[in-house]
Ligand binder design. Structure first.
Ligand code: FUB
Length: 311
């Protein structure tokens, strides 16, 4: 299985049994994992945090974890909380992170539960994307601009991608403007130009949680299609035009998924979350747990279908 094999592959002296979902801390429910390998060579995971039996994804803070072997994880605690924000008090949903010029950045969605101000017909609450920075990968992160990067459209699930030329791209699930991208300003405090719609080759299912990576010169735009199955597009540029390539992880338990994909010591890893029965749950409901699997590619760059494993 992934984690046992990873332990053996990376550090033969470490024990070869490990849990999947990952052991990130007893009783702690985490979701929406964003994996990054920073200059110290460790894998860092930035996650959202489910309160026990929370209603309607009321979520309050973001966590960081690190590991050298993907088996033993250190919990660095909450690295940012909606308590630290002047403009939001709820919906601490899926974050992402980036490292640039010695600084660590956290992009995050947050909201205040109000109806969408610009479009009151939308029955959804309002959410925006914020950005925070820190000198350390484990925070604490500080809100850089004291507000969201933009107000309209409503947006969540941001993802940052830094290309080989140093340009930083921000992707997000933006209602009515899905499949959009913007280049971040050099100081990371705003966008160089407003969100721009990408050419998705004529196929645009509902999505959340975009994640972009590059492998052998090919760009991959991956997402939970319909909020459920993980699927992907490829392109020769970070802004597309994109070609749909199919599903690489099926739906489980009729529940949402959210993922990230990162190369670590020559091995591609998929982080995602599962909704699993949780015996000690006080509301008897499934809770979310962060898990990981190996990701493999075919000769033509296509992603092989991934099965979930339990250790
Ligand atoms: O965790 C809250 C939301 O659920 C995320 O932002 C979505 O991607 C889904 O995982």
């Amino acid at each position: 299985t992934l984690l046992a094999a990873t332990a053996g592959f990376l550090l033969a002296s470490l024990p070869c049994s490990a849990a999947n979902p990952l052991d990130l801390g007893t009783g702690l429910h985490t979701a929406d994992p964003s994996g990054h390998v920073w200059p110290d060579g460790k894998m860092y995971l930035y996650t959202s945090h489910d309160e026990e039996c929370q209603p309607d994804f009321f979520m309050k803070d973001w966590y960081a974890f690190s590991s050298s072997d993907l088996v033993h994880w250190q919990n660095h605690g909450a690295v940012l909380s909606v308590k630290d924000l002047a403009w939001a008090d709820n919906y601490a949903w899926a974050p992402d992170a980036a490292y640039r010029n010695g600084k660590y950045y956290l992009v995050f969605p947050a909201g205040n539960g109000e109806k969408n101000r610009e479009n009151p017909k939308l029955s959804t609450k309002w959410m925006g994307i914020g950005i925070a920075e820190s000198d350390s990968p484990t925070g604490p992160f500080k809100d850089m601009i004291g507000g969201p990067l933009w107000r309209t459209p409503y947006a969540n699930d941001p993802a940052l991608f830094i290309d080989d030329d140093g340009k930083v791209y921000l992707y997000a699930h933006a209602v009515g403007a899905d499949y959009s991208v913007a280049e971040m300003a050099d100081d990371m405090r705003g966008l160089k130009a407003p969100l721009q719609k990408m050419d998705m080759g004529g196929y645009e299912p509902k999505m959340e949680g975009p994640w972009v990576f590059k492998r052998q010169g090919l760009y991959y735009f991956t997402m939970p299609e319909g909020n459920r199955v993980l699927s992907y597009y490829t392109a020769r540029s970070p802004k597309g035009p994109w070609t749909y390539r199919g599903v690489f992880m099926d739906e489980e338990n009729a529940s949402n998924n959210h993922h990230s994909i990162v190369e670590y010591k020559g091995q591609w890893i998929l982080f995602y979350h599962r909704w699993l029965d949780t015996p000690d749950s006080t509301c008897g409901k499934r809770q979310r747990h962060v898990a990981a699997e190996y990701l493999a590619f075919n000769e033509d760059g296509s992603i092989r279908k991934v099965q979930r494993t339990r250790e």
